[in-house]
Write a protein that binds this ligand. Sequence first.
Ligand code: ZN
Length: 157
Amino acid sequence: MTARAIDGTRLGDAEVSLDQRPARLRLGRPGNEREHFLDWERAIDDGGHLRKCIVCGCDTLYRSRSSPRLTIIIAVLGLSIGAVGLAGYGTPPVLLVATCIAVTIDLVLFLRSWWRLTCYRCHSSFRGMPIARYHLGWDARTQRRIDSANQPSPGSS
Ligand SMILES: [Zn+2]
């Protein structure tokens, strides 16, 4: 998981086991670590899935999928092939092979990429675990609702 403070600043990455449910978490750069308390109260549903944010306690999370970085490389390669082809030189085999390799790696990464849950309020993200079906994708209206609900008491955590 990647924990963040309420204001969105990154606190750090940590491995948290849903089975062990540690009450505290040390985050930060070495030598500058701070302890954070995790809120496991009703955080796990009957199916063993994460139901709410264990960092700030917000019960609204959204699911997202990290897009493979290689997609950009493929786009560039594809454009190169197109440009060379348009220039009338024919398509160099090297470019074709490179594109095929990149597409293959990209596809494998995409299929293996984990969904992750992100908190609407503190934007901590949780990945590497099964995600319950009731968590939906990011929604602008929900984000506004969470933001406005969060405003009257800034900094209270
Ligand atoms: Zn949160």
